[in-house]
Design a protein around this ligand. Structure first.
Ligand SMILES: [Zn+2]
Length: 274
């Protein structure tokens, strides 16, 4: 019997519903961002607050419990030397921050990126940053990725941060095109970004502090590589500032909960997108 002559099996109601749900999912993903309430309203509804200083390690950004932190860092980073002097984060990489970051990146919601950047500026000031002697620089992206995404999300965040604390934002770094960090195994990410970052100009930032801004720090490989390149500018103090750090417990929660893994890029821009 030829394959195409096999009569189709009658569809069971459950199967039919599953198929309909599968078809509906992309539609839902495209529509959801458009129905999201404004960020400040979401903050009010969720009761979200930025992480307090001391609730995470200021050397590696990992969440720490009471008495876990000393002058040499935490159990995640003791014995290592990060290329920055201090790292500031807003939240762990889990909901609601995970949703917000995905909305900025994948629905090109620039306004949200700038609002999150502004909040990150508040945390930097609380951590002791002096905006009068500080330059903000975004994690650079390649033109290929910027065109593919339709947004330079790190620049939106950096712009909001710089505007919020009244400091200049200058693009000081460039980046070679390499495979996306998400496409390579975590163990290969350090190698993937090694030597990928370069200075736009050989400036000397003595007398200035420099803040390198990105959305997420997962393995830290990208942020470290960018900050190593930024060190050559000789700032007095080098800060790394990220919206979220992927804590071990947040990583485990994402692996365990399929609902947190369903986020996929959607080409539909947020209505705020210029
Ligand atoms: Zn640490």
């Amino acid at each position: 019997m030829k394959l195409h002559s096999v009569p189709p099996r009658p569809l069971h109601a459950d199967t039919l519903l599953t198929r309909l749900a599968d078809r509906a999912l992309p539609i839902e993903q495209a529509i959801l961002p458009h129905t999201d309430p404004p960020w400040r309203e979401q903050v009010r509804q969720t009761g979200w607050q930025p992480d307090a200083l001391g609730s995470y390690c200021d050397r590696c950004g990992a969440k720490v419990g009471p008495h876990e932190l000393d002058d040499l860092g935490c159990s995640h980073c003791r014995g290592t030397r990060p290329p920055w002097n201090q790292i500031v984060r807003l939240a762990p990489y889990e909901e609601p921050m995970l949703d917000w970051i995905h909305a900025v990146k994948f629905t090109r919601w620039g306004t949200l990126g700038r609002q999150l950047g502004q909040a990150l500026g508040g945390s930097l000031i609380e951590a002791g940053l002096d905006p009068s002697r500080t330059i903000i620089t975004p994690m650079p992206t390649t033109w290929r990725r910027r065109i593919a995404r339709g947004i330079d999300h790190a620049a939106e965040i950096a712009q909001g941060l710089a505007g919020g604390i009244n400091a200049p934002m200058i693009r000081l770094l460039t980046r070679d095109h390499r495979p996306s960090q998400r496409a390579v195994a975590p163990s290969a990410r350090k190698h993937n970004v090694a030597q990928a970052f370069h200075l736009k100009a050989p400036l000397n930032l003595r007398g200035w502090d420099l803040v390198v801004v990105d959305d997420v720090c997962t393995t830290g490989a990208t942020l470290k590589a960018a900050c190593r390149a930024a060190r050559a500018l000789h700032p007095d103090m080098l800060w790394a500032a990220v919206l979220a750090v992927s804590d071990d417990h947040a990583r485990r929660a994402r692996r365990a909960d399929p609902a947190l893994r369903r986020h996929r890029p959607t080409p539909e821009p947020h209505p705020d997108t210029p």
